[in-house]
Design a protein around this ligand. Structure first.
Ligand code: HEM
Length: 398
């Protein structure tokens, strides 16, 4: 019998104009742990099933985050922030940084963001309701998360746009062949936060910079570079993901009018709707780890140093875990999606993301009576995030 051909996963067209879910479904069925030696890309493993993928994310002793957590063409080249930034560090270093960052995400702190999320949602929606066609990505979902958490990041006023710009270019350029533009974006962030650190040493607030500066003063071994990279990490992690749930989630609700109606009437709870929209949209398409030693994934032998990508978007549609995974079911229960990852690096901002998404939906549905598509959305050709480039919409109050 001839082995089935392995489909390409790094083709940008697949994500801008194709159907990646069909490709991932083929891989789940034919070859859950597959080797990809594709044009213009260093080779890597792809894991597409839940049973094989989750252990890769959870077992940091076998699979390290310190060489990068997303695929990129030049995998063997050094990556900015590797081993230093929280998300790119393994325990025990990771534990030190995570413990400090966790102080910002207590249930009380997260609940405190509700009012701010409401205020920002209302002000962004006010500008586009009954105002003709707008671009939901640029006008609403893009600015929303960073405006909500600007205070947490230690960013004030006009600087929100600047930091949002750094975050955007950092993500766009993750797959940049020589990494130059990504590094430039990082340098701008470094310069920006270097000033904020000095300021917070003198006048601490309740933001992330102050939390790290305080920990540093109390003897925790953290350098200024680590503080800066962690701030950068938060801006990218929060901004580029939450917006995708809003955009892609809204499109999914429009494609499923009965589900949208159930949400409007309260027939499904907001809590379960948020979870299903996060599963459905899977903002981070894959995560990468590097094998520390020769090991097995499922029954496939992996060599030390090889890149192993876990396709969260595929795990979230795994037929052996989710009943009718290709259907949007806002009341899905249980819903053990992996959109927030798994193991030690599980998204630290997940509770905050849930609040932001829930509040936004509440405000949208209470102020917009009719939601109209005003053109075809454009997708980014990205294998890292499930991203919309533009999404023309019209919101009507009656
Ligand atoms: C729907 C929205 C979000 C999604 C889908 C998401 C997804 C993820 C995923 C998949 C990871 C795991 C990375 C890995 O294992 O390598 C992660 C980690 C992280 N997320 Fe989120 N995220 C979201 C929102 C947020 C928000 C709002 C914040 C902060 C305010 C945030 C901050 C972080 C940080 C700092 C990490 C690194 C944690 C660590 O390395 O220990 N995320 N996120």
């Amino acid at each position: 019998m001839v082995a089935p051909a392995i489909p390409r996963l790094t083709d940008p067209q697949l994500y801008s104009h194709g159907d990646p879910h069909a490709t991932w479904a083929r891989l789940r069925g034919d070859c859950p742990v597959s080797w990809h030696d594709e044009p213009d890309h260093e080779p890597f493993w792809a894991v597409t099933t839940y049973a094989e993928g989750l252990p890769v994310l959870s077992d940091y002793n076998r699979f390290s985050s310190a060489q990068g957590t997303f695929l990129r063409p030049n995998l063997s080249a050094p990556y900015p922030g590797a081993g230093v930034m929280m998300t790119l560090a393994d325990p025990p270093r990771h534990d030190v940084l995570r413990k400090v960052a966790a102080t910002l995400f207590t249930p009380k702190a997260v609940a405190g963001f509700r009012d701010r999320a409401q205020l920002v949602s209302r002000s962004l929606l006010d500008r586009v309701i009954d105002a003709g066609t707008h671009d939901f990505v640029n006008d609403v979902s893009g600015p929303y998360p960073l405006q909500v958490i600007a205070g947490l990041l230690g960013v004030a006023g006009d600087d929100v746009e600047r930091v949002a710009g750094f975050a955007g270019s950092a993500v766009d350029n993750i797959v940049d062949l020589d990494g130059t533009r990504a590094q430039e974006a990082h340098l701008e962030v470094l310069a920006y936060y270097a000033d904020v650190i000095e300021e917070r040493r003198l006048r601490p607030t309740d933001d992330v910079v102050s939390a790290f500066v305080r920990a540093q003063a109390a003897g925790v071994d953290i350098t200024d570079d680590e503080i800066i990279l962690t701030c950068d990490n938060l801006a990218v992690a929060a901004g580029e993901t939450t917006r995708q749930v809003l955009g892609n989630g809204l499109l999914a609700l429009l494609d499923n009018p009965a589900e949208l109606a159930a949400l409007r009437t309260g027939a499904v709870t907001q809590r379960s709707a948020v979870e299903e929209l996060v599963r459905w949209t899977t903002p981070v398409s894959h995560l990468m780890r590097t094998a520390v030693a020769d090991t097995l994934v499922g029954d496939v032998e992996i060599k030390a140093g090889q890149a192993v990508s876990v396709w969260l978007a595929s795990l979230n549609r795994d037929e052996s875990v989710f009943e009718r995974p290709m259907e949007l079911q806002l009341n899905r229960s249980p819903n053990r999606h992996v959109s927030f990852g798994g193991g030690r690096h599980f998204c630290i901002g997940a509770p905050l993301a849930r609040v932001m998404i829930g509040v936004f939906l509440e405000e949208l549905l209470s102020s917009v009576a009719r939601i109209e598509r005003a053109g075809e959305p454009q997708r980014k050709p990205s294998y890292v995030t499930n991203s919309l480039e533009t999404m023309p919409m019209a919101f009507h109050s009656h």
